[in-house]
Write a protein that binds this ligand. Structure first.
Ligand code: SAM
Ligand code: SF4
Length: 347
């Protein structure tokens, strides 16, 4: 659905919304496909993938990212998916994005499998960092959770990314009741040992199967209690800003940069941070979403293919963001899970 014109929308260049937020962080999904099948994300048989002709081409992705950077004040780009390492044009897309002015910060969220192959090339063309999903350190559990036996590939990928200088390597972990909810301490110990920065993410109702149940979610507070049974955590004195993770310093440990080691918790469900959200999202088929949980999308692919000029596209993007809701409303009785799953939106 296209965003409606609204005469109250101010004439400013950036991506502002009615609640005074300014989106400067763009998540770009490069594919909805994946080589894993994490149970909290996708069904075993996969999904009906987006038809190829609806996917933005590499040039179209770069065109839209350029408009975001040059006209809309976006300063940070994160490529994601699905699994972005499966996108054949990834290195060229990152390279072209790194050449933009002003140069945005560039990162990729990945399951890590493709890093052994690609980390060096990505670092060479200007990628700054990677966020790697790692929910368990136990091979059997990994196979049950991701439905593929690829833990060793992920661990090798992490080392390769670190050696390529994609630092700090950040780890994302989702804990699930009865599956890996006893691994918070092990995951943090592993991260501290290797100088990776770990963040736990509360499981959100964004799975394709619509099987999420609040009772199964391991809440941020519970994760912190587990960590505190072994580590001393003190609140990170740095301002959180728009960052979704609330971070703690882990007493007695030092990160790769010589600063105190940190651990983060993204409590999207129990402590939503929507009021400070600075995200805008572009799906692999060229739709702008102003929120992970939004039902509305604005079709930029149609505009690009109809030959719209940069300013028309930029203005459609601004209109899309102006309509952003105050919050995701998971706790609202009228909450409806978005029809697109996380893997198709771009997590
Ligand atoms: N395939 C890449 C990966 O796994 O990192 C990128 C896409 S994935 C959708 C992005 C992030 O979303 C991952 O860290 C994953 O753990 C997280 N994620 C997926 N489904 C989720 C859910 N239902 N709740 C919370 N996080 C989820
Ligand atoms: Fe793939 Fe990432 Fe979803 Fe796992 S979380 S199935 S790796 S897209």
């Amino acid at each position: 659905m296209q965003a409606q014109e609204d005469s109250t929308r101010p004439s400013v260049s950036g991506l502002v919304d009615r609640f005074g937020r300014m989106a400067m962080d763009l998540r770009v999904s490069l594919t909805d496909r994946c080589n894993l099948r994490c149970t909290y994300c996708m069904p075993e048989e996969g999904l009906a993938w987006l038809p190829k002709q609806t996917l933005l081409t590499d040039d179209e992705v770069v065109q839209l990212v350029r408009i975001a950077v040059e006209r809309l004040g976006v300063t940070e780009i994160r490529f994601t998916g699905g699994e972005p390492m499966l996108r054949p044009g990834l290195v060229k897309i990152v390279s072209d994005t790194a050449a933009l002015s002003p140069r945005p910060k560039l990162s990729v969220t990945t399951n890590g499998i493709g890093l052994t192959r690609l980390a060096g090339a990505l670092a060479a063309v200007g990628l700054d960092r990677v966020n790697v999903s790692l929910d368990t350190l136990r091979p059997g559990r990994f196979e049950a959770l991701a439905r593929r036996s690829r833990l060793e590939d992920v661990l090798t990928g992490l080392r390769t990314a670190d050696e390529a200088g994609l630092r700090p390597v950040k780890l994302n972990a989702v804990l699930m009741r009865g599956i890996n909810d006893d691994e918070a301490v092990d995951l943090l110990s592993f991260a501290l040992e290797h100088g990776y920065e770990l963040r736990f993410i509360e499981q959100m109702p964004l799975d394709a199967q619509h099987a999420w149940r609040r009772e199964d979610m391991v809440a941020g507070e519970e994760i912190l209690a587990q960590l505190r049974s072994v580590f001393t955590l003190t609140p990170d004195p740095h301002l959180r800003g728009a960052a979704p993770a609330e971070t703690w310093l882990v007493d007695g440990f030092v990160g790769m940069d010589g600063e105190p080691a940190k651990v983060g918790v993204i409590a999207s469900v129990t402590q939503p941070f929507c009021g400070a959200c600075d995200r805008t999202r572009l799906t692999a088929d060229g739709q702008v979403r102003n929120c992970l949980f939004s039902e509305d999308e604005t079709d930029l692919r149609g505009l690009v293919r109809a030959g719209a000029d940069d300013e028309m596209i930029a203005d459609a993007w601004r209109a899309a963001m102006w309509g952003k809701r105050a919050g995701h409303g998971i706790d609202d009785p009228t909450f409806l899970q978005p029809s697109r799953p996380m893997s198709a939106i771009g997590g």
